[in-house]
Design a protein around this ligand. Structure first.
Ligand code: ARG
Length: 435
């Protein structure tokens, strides 16, 4: 008799395949394997991967297509926010984990399972994202992380375990890297990349091509249309989010756009070197930002920039379902009402450059901006504005001059030589003098 049911986040790779057996053996639980599709490339077809889980001993094996929800709810929010951790990483894995968690919790509730397991290590961010999301959605569920517990610490040990229990080894050729991917892009780590001084070998990339190669494509101009902050068409051809992202990856990847090489601060405190390739998403963010430049009122845009960073940090740190993150979502959605228009981009040798923008809600006024005869700006009003605008800094400067004068006088009277240059603020915040 098993002690209950465990829903396992299953990918078909070696770790989660071994997890199935390990949970049965060590926890005496029935395992339901769950593969959630968020647009990842699969080396083998999903039916085959799902069937393998049954062969290993799962009592059920489910494939859940979450691509639409991923694009419309998760990628969409990130795009409206220009989500970018440490101003550089467009949150590939951080976006998929909360949705995978949501689907796992739904299945757990349907099947009456009180356990959910994931195949994350104890050193990464993904365990935090899974566990925090699951805790937020159903705090009664017990979470298992076999990879953190078992002593199968090398691939060889895992292979031996697999052999012992007749677990089929994934047929995909083992790349020397650890990869996670979805429609937003690919995250690649480990192997030679662990030396931050080594340039990434070309074989880490699969969806972008080397922009330096001799037969790199010529410049290509594309137009992206947005409505309410979300993309709706490429070159005038309307399509839904999933299709648009996939198509944009195919258009921009060959130009080598969206390659990112960074050393990032993981949540658990370790710095790690990561390579990302996100051709479509980086293109969308570039275009979306350009449209916001045109359509957002100044203070709103400046404030949004500060919240973008906070939102990205929260999402990176597994706080997708936290009240603060949800409140910022509402702010972001409100800012997007008039982010509608077309952005023209030039794609060429790794560069994605905005070359044109239009919007029915553009706040750009030619009459106010121009220096030619059509100028409507009131230059005379600027004089009064300058006077009042600089008033506080003028007052400050006058007071400082007075303080310096006083400090110079004091130090001249003092027998010990003291510095008379630079700001002379003393210990108690008083102007410098004899101490
Ligand atoms: N460092 C990235 C993040 O925390 C990517 C992690 C993806 N995992 C992997 N096995 N490459 O979001």
């Amino acid at each position: 008799m098993s002690k209950g049911i465990c829903i396992l986040a299953y990918s078909g790779g070696l770790d989660t395949s071994v997890c199935i057996r390990w949970i049965i053996e060590n926890y005496n639980l029935d395992v339901i394997a769950c593969l959630v599709e968020v647009g990842q490339e699969q080396d083998e077809n999903v039916e085959f991967i799902a069937a393998k889980a049954l062969q290993i001993g799962a009592i059920e094996s489910l494939v859940l297509d979450a691509r639409d929800e991923f694009a419309q709810e998760y990628v969409a929010l990130s795009l409206m926010t220009n989500g970018m951790y440490e101003n550089k990483y467009p949150l590939v894995s951080a976006l998929s984990r909360p949705l995978i968690s949501k689907r796992l919790v739904e299945i757990a509730q349907q099947k009456g399972a009180s356990y959910i397991a994931h195949g994350c290590t104890g050193k990464g961010n993904d365990q935090v994202r899974f566990e925090n999301s699951i805790a937020a959605l159903d705090p009664t569920i017990t979470i298992l992380g076999p990879v953190r517990e078992w002593d199968l610490t090398t691939r060889e040990k895992e292979m031996d375990y697999a052999e012992k229990f007749g677990i089929p080894i994934p047929t995909s050729k083992k790349r020397p890297y650890s990869v996670d991917d979805n429609m937003v892009g690919r995250a690649i780590e480990c192997g030679v990349l662990e030396d931050p001084d080594v340039a990434p070998p070309e074989d880490v990339y699969t969806i972008t091509q080397d922009p330096k190669r001799k037969d790199a494509p010529d410049e290509e101009i594309i137009t992206l249309s947005f409505e309410g902050g979300l993309p709706t068409a490429i070159n005038g051809e309307a399509m839904d989010m999933v299709e648009l992202i996939i198509k944009l990856n195919l258009i921009t990847g060959p130009h080598g756009i969206g390659r990112i090489d960074m050393v990032e601060n993981r949540l658990i405190g370790v710095k790690s070197r990561e390579i990302y390739e996100c051709p479509g998403m980086m293109t969308l963010i570039t275009a979306h930002k350009a449209l916001e430049e045109l359509t957002l009122e100044r203070d709103l845009m400046h404030y949004k920039l500060t919240l973008e960073q906070e939102w990205s940090r929260l999402v990176y740190s597994g706080m997708w379902f936290s009240p603060l993150k949800l409140a910022i979502d509402a702010f972001m959605a409100q800012t997007q009402t008039f982010v509608t228009g077309d952005i023209r981009l030039s794609l060429y040798r790794g560069n994605c450059v905005v070359v044109g923008r239009t919007s029915p809600y553009s706040l750009y006024s030619y009459g106010l901006a121009t220096y030619d005869s059509a100028d409507q700006f009131n230059h005379k009003a600027a004089k009064g504005f300058m006077e009042l605008y600089s008033l506080p800094i003028k007052v400050w400067s006058e007071v400082q001059a007075e303080l310096h004068k006083q400090a110079d006088k004091d130090s001249a009277e003092c027998s010990a030589p003291s510095s008379t240059t630079g700001p002379t603020v003393g210990k108690a915040g008083k102007p410098g003098g004899c101490f």
